[in-house]
Design a protein around this ligand. Structure first.
Ligand code: AMP
Ligand code: MG
Length: 410
């Protein structure tokens, strides 16, 4: 079965909305063994929309549209589908009742416009929208399927997972499945990772490894095409084991895991405190994205000025003058002192020059020191980072979390 996704909305053509629906749908279809051969994006224009869906239906067996099912005048997907399927739009009382209920629950009077959403092409299967008002549709015409889903991802995703996927699982004979697993690394560059794992890129049959670079993070995505999910998993396991053997703890997690999530998970029962200068609270912000970390994160301060380093962290003026705020010694004092002040098991600190100004002959933009202090030992790591101010802050936060991860998983 060949699928095609038609994303509808002028906002995407103008670059104002990122088309996340097509990426999501392609991923899900691949997992179900359905090949996606085309993506197209079209604006809210009657004729071009009609053409886009028509072309898609000519070359694909399954066409999924997202968007344009709303109540406003620019939402014209239903009209285009009715024209293509040569079916009249018919009123469905049950749909209107659901839409009315949606407004009633919120004590809002239903705008007249929403009545439009209760009209669907005759003979179509309609799909209840649990979040919003626009119902989805499945239309079967000869051997082809046309599926219309709402645009907002939070409405589209549950509708696709709860209604569309089960519908096709029952009807499609599965030829093969495509499954992926992503291993995430930090600390090495893309080419370094490539050098280390190139031997394993084609270890199992129909299983490939792609390397994807993100800021301070290189992902290895293992993808396997196999007759069924368990075979695909087996193939992925073989490659994953080989890669893990080679990269060891450079891999911090997989799939949906984040570095901050992994660190937060490793913390308990230990406690930490953070004193951030150049990262401006970014490490704390990333860690506090993880629910439950309050049990282990005792205190965090942004000691940006020299005065705050003196008043809150007890670093003497003369020490700051002697070494300069961006120095190994100050990173060390910050980490040790935040640990003492908070009585945490671990103290973490950052101090650096994020740029674009502030560099001296001896201290370039991107020079960052990260301190990690425990009762037993205090270490300071020196980094020379590149990029914009934002990138340097992010890279420094990543290095600090990575340092913490290595310490915690020892
Ligand atoms: P619509 O159903 O066309 O009224 O779309 C409503 C909203 O859903 C749009 O304003 C976008 O914010 C969002 N949306 C629509 N299509 C997509 C898409 N392909 N990817 C991500 N968001 C989308
Ligand atoms: Mg729209």
């Amino acid at each position: 079965m060949k699928a095609e996704i038609v994303s509808i909305g002028t906002e995407m053509l103008l670059g104002q909305t990122l088309n996340t629906n097509s990426a999501y749908l392609s991923r899900k279809l691949a997992e179900s063994g359905i090949d996606t051969f085309h993506h197209s994006t079209v604006g809210d224009n009657k004729d071009r929309l009609y053409q886009a869906i028509k072309i898609a239906l000519e070359r694909s067996d399954m066409v999924i549209t997202t968007g344009g099912l709303g109540p406003t005048i620019d939402d014209i997907t239903l009209q285009a589908i009715a024209r293509i399927s040569k079916k009249p739009l018919v009123f469905k009382k049950e749909i209107l009742e659901l839409i009315e209920g949606h407004f009633h629950k919120r004590s809002i009077r239903m705008p007249k416009n929403n009545i439009r959403q209760a009209y669907i092409p005759k003979g179509a299967i309609w799909l209840k929208n649990a979040i919003g008002t626009a119902p989805g549709l499945i239309i079967k015409a000869e051997k082809k399927y046309l599926i219309a889903l709402p645009g907002p991802p939070r409405e589209m995703i549950p509708m696709f997972e709860k209604r569309v996927l089960p519908y096709f699982k029952k009807r499609i004979k599965q030829g093969s499945v495509i499954l992926s697993r992503t291993l995430k690394t930090t600390g090495l560059a893309e080419s370094q990772i490539h050098d280390r794992v190139s031997r394993f890129l084609r270890l199992a049959k129909h299983t490939t490894v792609g390397i994807y670079a993100h800021p301070c993070q290189i992902d290895l995505r293992i993808t396997s095409k196999a007759a069924n999910i368990s075979l695909a998993k087996k193939n992925i396991d073989v490659v994953e084991r080989a890669i893990r053997k080679k990269l060891g703890n450079l891999i911090f997690g997989s799939d949906n895991q984040t570095l901050e999530g992994v660190v937060a998970g490793l913390l308990a029962p230990r406690t930490i405190a953070i004193a951030e200068s150049c990262t401006g609270g970014l490490i704390t912000s990333r860690l506090t994205d993880i629910a439950g970390v309050s049990k282990n994160l005792l205190l965090s301060i942004v000691a940006y000025s020299n005065k705050s380093k003196t008043q809150l962290l007890g670093i003497q003026d003369k020490t700051l003058k002697q070494f300069g705020a961006v120095s190994k010694e100050i990173a060390r004092y910050m980490a040790v002192n935040i640990r003492h002040v908070s009585r945490a098991d671990i103290g973490i600190s950052t101090t650096g020059i994020a740029g674009p100004g502030g560099a001296t002959d001896k201290k370039p933009v991107g020079l960052v020191y990260i301190g990690l202090s425990t009762k037993q030992k205090t270490t300071v790591k020196k980094l020379l980072l590149t990029g914009t101010r934002g990138m340097i802050k992010y890279k420094a936060s990543q290095a600090a979390l990575d340092m913490l991860k290595h310490h915690l998983s020892k």
